[in-house]
Design a protein around this ligand. Structure first.
Ligand code: HEC
Ligand code: HEC
Length: 404
């Protein structure tokens, strides 16, 4: 996203500057933030663009691409999701009986007008009696929500906090007519479920999987590398530097100091956004999705022979609140050949032990998605750490992970 690399006017930057040492924005959160703040945060999470239309419309001109080339079939194929609950009965009927044309970009515009495309907010205006998409922006829900497919594949009820691992953000951004072929090649190299939240800052290319953002309530190290002590640190980072929202983010540890616009549409929303995120619990494993007997044996291995508990400790299965781990201690690196170490690009240079609640839900695993299944994860530990687990024990440990 070098094309939108708009550096801050110094004066505004100074006025809005933050003390970012990982713990900024961490005003004390009341133990129970109350339903009103949580609901406000839900609205921010789902529908607030923080004014990022400046990036997605003015710079990237995505509104033109959508209106001319992105029919609903195409939108679903790049992983965009449709909120079935936002569809009026007539549209539902039309999709069922085929009278709503899913091969027409005009239908996408109609869905945007209904606010039914998860994570995408469009402004549709009537020009000469015809609906036209004049502005488009994105919200947190683009990457951190999916749907339950209850109506059709990609169409259903929202599941906030779940990573959208079908989404191909790179392929979507690469549709922009404002990018150079070299930039498009980088974006197209990422693949679905992956995004590099630092490429437009450090110019390096090494995407990570889009993580779920549920189950973070008691975890005080945020991101794969524990860059922040509080979700608001990273929420501000993404809202400003990635989504292009209007406001400021500064962290001297990573040499990032960005201001967009001359108003701040981010700061005031952070407390509600945090309250909502922290209200999202990891989903329990579905009944019958794992073998309970094998999982019970796997639990013993987890705490014993396999030594997992030395790092995946406590109720959240992580020691994140006490320490981070140097690259040499984990099996999620080295990266693929030619890819820079993700940790080396971050504020801490280390990794946070991944919390494991709900881990059944979000394959592939490790920050770079290098393990396709939980069986692959355990096998990687077994080999790299010479744990001496038998094939049966590897399977039992994997069943246990599926149950968390
Ligand atoms: C384009 C996709 C994308 C969008 C949009 C996005 N994120 Fe993320 N998010 C990511 C990726 C990728 C990471 C992993 C980065 C890391 O951990 O280093 C991440 C990480 C996070 C984390 C850290 C999770 C953890 O386990 O510590 C939080 C919290 C988060 N995002 C919240 C948000 C919020 C709030 C918004 C809206 C302001 C948002 N994200 C918008 C892709 C996205
Ligand atoms: C030295 C500390 C340490 C030990 C011991 C350890 N882990 Fe991990 N684990 C981590 C770290 C750090 C990560 C994050 C790695 C990454 O993102 O690349 C992780 C990631 C994972 C993940 C992926 C989670 C996700 O969200 O993608 C799983 C599953 C996992 N570990 C299971 C285990 C099991 C099973 C064992 C025992 C065989 C184990 N770990 C032992 C530190 C450890």
């Amino acid at each position: 996203m070098h094309a939108m690399h708009l550096r801050a006017p110094a004066l505004i930057g100074a006025a809005l500057i933050l003390t970012a040492c990982g713990g900024d924005d961490a005003e004390p959160l009341p133990p129970d933030p109350g339903p009103a703040l949580v609901e406000e945060g839900r609205q921010v999470f789902r529908f607030d663009t923080f004014g990022d239309e400046a990036q997605w419309t003015d710079t990237l001109r995505m509104h033109e691409v959508i209106a001319s080339a992105v029919d609903p079939v195409t939108a679903l194929s790049v992983g965009l999701k449709v909120d079935a609950e936002a569809l009026p009965a007539a549209v539902v009927q039309g999709i069922k009986d085929g009278s709503v044309d899913l091969k027409s970009p005009a239908t996408t515009v109609a869905l945007l007008k209904l606010n039914a495309v998860v994570g995408v907010v469009g402004k549709v205006e009537t020009v000469n009696g015809k609906d036209q998409l004049t502005r488009v922006g994105v919200t947190c829900a683009l990457c951190h929500s999916t749907v339950d497919n209850s109506f059709a594949q990609g169409i259903g009820k929202r599941l906030d906090g779940w990573a959208n691992r079908d989404l191909n953000p790179g392929a979507i951004i690469a549709l922009s007519p404002a990018l150079s072929p070299a930039q498009k090649a980088v974006y197209n190299s990422w693949g679905k479920g992956r995004y590099d939240p630092r490429f437009n800052q450090d110019g390096k290319n090494g995407p990570v999987v889009i993580p779920p953002i549920y189950g973070l309530k008691n975890i005080h190290r945020i991101t794969f590398t524990g860059d922040g002590d509080d979700v608001s640190y990273w929420n501000r980072y993404v809202a400003v530097t990635q989504m292009g929202g209007l406001g400021s983010f500064s962290d001297p540890r990573i040499g990032v100091n960005v201001t967009h616009g001359n108003v701040d549409l981010v700061s005031s929303k952070l407390p509600a956004l945090r309250a909502y995120q922290l209200s999202l619990a990891a989903p329990a494993a579905p009944a019958m999705s794992f073998d309970a007997g094998a999982a019970a044996r796997g639990k013993v291995l987890f705490g014993g022979k396999a030594q997992c508990i030395t790092c995946h400790s406590g109720p959240e299965f992580t020691d994140a609140n006490e320490r981070l781990h140097p690259v040499g201690e984990l099996v999620g690196e080295p990266e693929a050949p030619g890819v820079p170490s993700y940790a080396s690009r971050t504020a801490t240079g280390q990794y946070r032990t991944a919390p494991l609640k709900g881990v059944w839900q979000h394959a592939p695993y490790f920050h770079n998605g290098s393990a396709a299944t939980l069986g692959d994860v355990v096998e990687a530990y077994n080999t790299r750490k010479s744990l001496g687990l038998s094939e049966a024990e590897v399977a039992e440990l994997a069943e246990y992970l599926k149950s968390l």
